[in-house]
Write a protein that binds this ligand. Structure first.
Ligand code: FCB
Length: 480
C-alpha cells in the first residue's frame, strides 16, 4: 500500500485528517537563537555575535548573549518536549563552540554539550535532527573572507567531519546548511543579516561557496557516518506569484524563482546553475569562482530535502517610476537583496498577516511541495513552518494564541493534502519550540509554541503548544 492509500483509507468521517503511520512530528530551533552562554566553555564569537553587538543592526540592540538560556536549561527543555509528546527535534550546532577558531583544534567542551543534548533527547524517545550551519559562522573565518572565500567551504567540511565523528553513532538525520539563500543574500547583499555586507557580487560568490561547502560536507558525512544515516540540506524556496499574467510580471516572478529556488536546487540535483540566472547576473558577477569539478561535488546525492515555508510572495515588473515596492518579507537593508533584479518589485497582498507582516496563505505550501516533487522527485520534510504573533498573557498565565493555532491548522492540512496526492513528505518540524532571538528583529517577534519570559526564563506552553501536542500524540489533525 502506498503512503497516499494508507491515509485515504484512514481519513476520518468527521473531517479529521489522519497522517500516515511513521510521520515524524518535531519542533525546530537554532543554536544562536536559543543557547546564550556565548562566552562559556571555550565558545568564541560568531558573525551573529559581532553583528548583534554592532549598534543599529538588531532591533532594540538585542543580542543572543543569553537568549533562552538553553545551554544551561537543555535538560528541562528536552523534558518539556517530551511532555508535549514531540518525537523529533531539529537543532543546530554552533561551529564556534566546537571549533572556536573555525579551523584547527576541537573544543571538547563544545562537543560535550551537544553530546549531552543528544543523550537527553534519546533518553526521552526524541529523534535528534542535527543542522551543522544555521548562519553562525565563526568570526575568525569571516575575517578571512567568510563565504566569499573558497577556504570556508573546505573548513566547513572539516567541521562536518568532527561533528559526525563525535555524534554519528547517535544522530540519524544530518542537515548541512539551513536556508543558504538567507546566508548569501540577506547577509552579503541586503545587509540585514550578519555579516551585514551590501554587495551583490559577494552574495553570488557566497552562493557558490555555500553550495560547495554543502557538497564537500556531504561527502565527508557519507564516509564518516554509519550506514543508514540520512543527509539533507534545508532550503527556503520562494513561492513567487506574478501579480498579473502579463509577460513582464511573469518574467519578474521567474527571476525571483531563479535567485531563490533554481540557483540552489538545479546545481544540487545535477543540472548546474540556471542559464537565465547566469545571464541576468552577468553585469554583477563573472562567476569565475566556479571551478572545474565543483558542480559534481555540489551534486553529491542527498537523502532528503528540507523545506522551510512561511508565506508566498507576489512579484511585479518595476518600470523604474515611483517608489519600488519591497514587500518580500525581509525588511529594509542598506543594500539590494536581489542582485540583477532592479526591474522587479514585491507587492503586498490583502488578507491576514502575521506579526512579521508576512501574508498567511497555506495554499503556497501545497503548491510548493507539488512543484518540488514534480521537478526534483526527492523525499522531503518540512523543516520549518510556524508564525509570529503578538501573544497576550491572560491573568491566569495562559496564552490563548488562537491565530497561531489557526495558522498551524491550515498549514498542517496543506501537508496532509500533499500526502494524499502521493507526495513524499516524511515529517514536519514546527518553528519554533521556544520564543527566541529572531535575528534582526531581536526578541520582538515570538514564534514559539512555548512562551519564554526572557526576564525569568520561565517556559509556558501556549494554546498552540497544547494543540500541537494533541496532533502529535494522535497523528490526527482534528476538525475546527
Ligand atoms: C527562518 C529561519 C529561522 C527563523 C524563521 C522565522 O528563515 O531559518 O531561524 O528565524 O525563519
Amino acid at each position: 500500500m502506498t503512503q497516499a492509500e494508507s491515509i485515504d483509507e484512514k481519513d476520518l468521517k468527521d473531517g479529521s485528517l489522519r497522517f500516515p503511520d511513521g510521520f515524524v512530528w518535531g519542533t525546530a530551533t537554532a543554536a544562536y537563537q536559543i543557547e546564550g552562554a556565548v562566552a562559556e566553555d571555550g565558545r568564541t564569537a560568531s558573525i551573529w555575535d559581532t553583528f548583534s553587538h554592532t549598534p543599529g543592526k538588531v532591533l532594540g540592540g538585542d543580542t543572543g548573549d543569553v537568549a533562552a538560556d538553553h545551554y544551561h536549561r537543555h535538560a528541562a527543555d528536552v523534558a518539556l518536549m517530551a511532555e508535549l509528546g514531540v518525537t523529533a527535534y531539529r537543532f543546530s550546532t554552533s561551529w564556534s563552540r566546537i571549533i572556536p577558531s573555525g579551523s584547527g583544534p576541537v573544543n571538547h567542551k563544545g562537543i560535550d554539550f551537544y553530546s549531552r543534548l543528544v543523550d537527553e533527547l534519546l533518553a526521552h524517545g526524541i529523534a535528534p535532527a542535527l543542522t551543522l550551519y544555521h548562519w553562525d559562522l565563526p568570526q575568525e573565518l569571516q575575517d578571512d573572507g567568510g563565504w566569499t572565500a573558497r577556504s570556508t567551504a573546505e573548513r566547513f567540511a572539516d567541521y562536518a567531519g568532527v561533528v559526525a565523528a563525535a555524534l554519528g553513532d547517535r544522530v540519524g538525520l544530518w542537515t548541512t546548511l539551513n536556508e543558504p539563500w538567507c546566508s548569501a543574500f540577506l547577509g552579503y547583499a541586503a545587509g540585514v543579516h550578519a555579516p551585514g555586507h551590501t554587495s551583490g557580487e559577494e552574495a553570488l560568490c557566497a552562493v557558490h561557496h555555500l553550495l560547495l561547502g554543502h557538497g564537500m560536507a556531504t561527502q565527508v558525512l557519507r564516509t564518516t557516518l554509519p550506514a543508514g544515516a540520512r543527509i539533507a540540506i534545508t532550503v527556503n524556496p520562494a513561492v513567487a506569484r506574478p501579480a498579473t499574467d502579463s509577460s513582464a510580471d511573469v518574467a519578474a516572478a521567474r527571476k525571483v524563482d531563479g535567485l531563490q529556488n533554481r540557483i540552489w536546487l538545479d546545481p544540487l540535483f545535477g543540472s548546474g546553475y540556471p542559464a537565465d540566472v547566469r545571464e541576468f547576473t552577468a553585469p554583477i558577477s563573472d562567476w569565475s569562482y566556479v571551478r572545474d569539478g565543483d558542480l559534481a561535488v555540489i551534486a553529491t546525492p542527498i537523502d532528503l530535502l528540507g523545506v522551510n515555508y512561511y508565506n508566498p510572495v507576489v512579484v511585479r515588473h518595476y518600470d523604474g517610476t515611483g517608489p519600488r515596492a519591497n514587500a518580500d518579507g525581509h525588511g529594509d537593508g542598506a543594500g539590494d537583496t536581489w542582485p540583477g533584479c532592479s526591474d522587479v518589485e514585491f507587492v503586498d497582498v490583502p488578507g491576514r498577516h502575521t506579526a512579521m507582516g508576512w501574508p498567511v496563505d497555506a495554499s503556497g505550501l501545497g503548491e510548493l511541495l507539488a512543484r518540488l516533487w514534480r521537478e526534483y522527485r526527492t523525499p522531503m520534510a518540512i523543516t520549518e513552518n510556524g508564525a509570529a504573533y503578538e501573544d497576550d498573557v491572560a491573568a491566569d498565565g495562559a496564552i490563548h494564541d488562537a491565530e497561531r493555532v489557526r495558522y498551524l491548522r491550515e498549514h498542517l492540512a496543506a501537508v496532509h493534502g500533499a500526502l494524499t496526492d502521493g507526495i513524499d513528505v516524511r515529517g514536519y518540524y514546527l518553528w519554533s519550540l521556544l520564543d527566541n532571538f529572531e535575528w534582526a528583529w531581536g526578541y520582538s517577534k515570538r514564534f514559539g509554541i512555548v512562551r519564554v519570559d526572557f526576564e525569568t526564563q520561565q517556559r509556558t506552553p501556549k494554546d498552540s503548544g497544547l494543540f500541537y501536542s494533541g496532533v502529535v500524540r494522535t497523528n490526527v489533525l482534528p476538525p475546527i
